[in-house]
Every structure is written in C-alpha cells, then in structure tokens.
Design a binder for this molecule. Sequence first.
Ligand code: C5P
Length: 217
Amino acid sequence: MIVTIDGPAGAGKSSAARALAQRLGFRFLDTGAMYRAVTYAALKRGEDLEDTRAIARVAREISPELVLTGDSVLLADEDITRAIRTFEITTATRHAADCPEVRSTLVDLQRQLADGLDVVAEGRDQSTVVFPHAECKIFLTASEEVRAERRYLDMVNRGEHVSRDEVLEKQRERDDRDSSRPVGALTKATDAIEFCTDGLEPDEVVERLMEIVADRR
Ligand code: C5P
C-alpha cells in the first residue's frame, strides 16, 4: 500500500508521516530530505547552484549513495541528518527543487525505493507525480502563521539564530515557488483528502491519519 502525504512547508508533514509509517510498519520516504541532500552535496563540492547541469549531475551521482533509514539520512558514510536541516540548506534547496533533471532523477529513486513495499511517502508531488495510483492520498495543511511558528520553534530548538519575520518571509517565498514551479508543483490531487492541522497536537494528527488510512485499506 502506498500512502502519500503532500502539503506546504511547516504543515507538520515530516513528523506526522514518520510517526504514521512507524505505527503502520511501513517504509518512510522523506523526499524533501533528498532535495536537501543534493543541495548539501553540491555546496560541498563547490558547485554553482544556478548551474542546472552541475546540480543535475550531482543528483545522478549521489542517488546510489543516498540512504534514508527513517530516522537518519546518510550520504555514502556521512550522517547528514542534521546538516541538511540548516536555514542555509533550507533556503538553497529551491535550486535543486526547481531543476527538472534533478526532479526526474529523484522521482526515479523514490519509485525504486518504494518498489514492492508498503510506504508512507511525504513531499510536494507524491500524490500527483510520483505515485498517482497511491491507495491513500492526503493533503496536509495548516495556516501560514501556525506553520511559520512551528518552523521558527524548530530552528530555535536546534540552536539557529533566526527571527520570526525572517522565517515567515522565507516561508512565503517557498510557498510561491512550491506552487508555481513548472515541474512537480505543489497542488492538491483531485482524489486527495485535505486535512488542516491547526490547533492539533502531533499525537492527534497521527491518530487522524491512522483513521484516514484505515478507511482506505
Ligand atoms: O519538506 P522539506 O522542507 O524538507 O523540503 C525541502 C524542499 O524541497 C522544499 O522547499 C520543496 O521545495 C522541495 N521539495 C520538492 N518536492 C518534494 C519534496 C520537497 O520540491 N517531493
């Protein structure tokens, strides 16, 4: 069974999808981590992120070395779980996400990793592009203010120095880009169930997701 969870940045997708996968005993596919890993590797190699050919090459080269265990992200033998969550990487990832060749490489990788397995796949284009035949599609949202506050608290807890305004401004930029990119744009699939997480505790979100999946099984 494939469960897809798409939605804008900060809707609480990652933690909810990870917890859901754990409860169901499914593989968890954090596809945002893949775009972040490409960005991390490109920066480490000193590539110009505006150079689409270079970033596409990095995506092709690192795909076989990328390991997502559910809790951590490994690139070759390096644990990059935390390194890909910095503000710098979050902001710079738009280059990889906007590049159709990178998307094509990562879409192939996502399908390959899901092949023959029960999966919870989380991202922006999972219901529409990567797994259009998924048995259960969820579009997870939250209001702009709630999302920005969650992201801000996340970053402060990780010791990053950012302001609320800065986080909100970058979030708006990402929302615009996510919904307007020519390939893999964030849109709600016509057969997805929309679910707003405003005012809900993380546990309540997971419970609700369990109910939605149970209905589709
Ligand atoms: O979900 P997360 O914030 O980790 O995603 C990082 C970036 O990767 C997002 O801003 C989004 O633009 C991009 N992304 C994407 N397609 C996906 C998952 C993430 O374009 N399936």
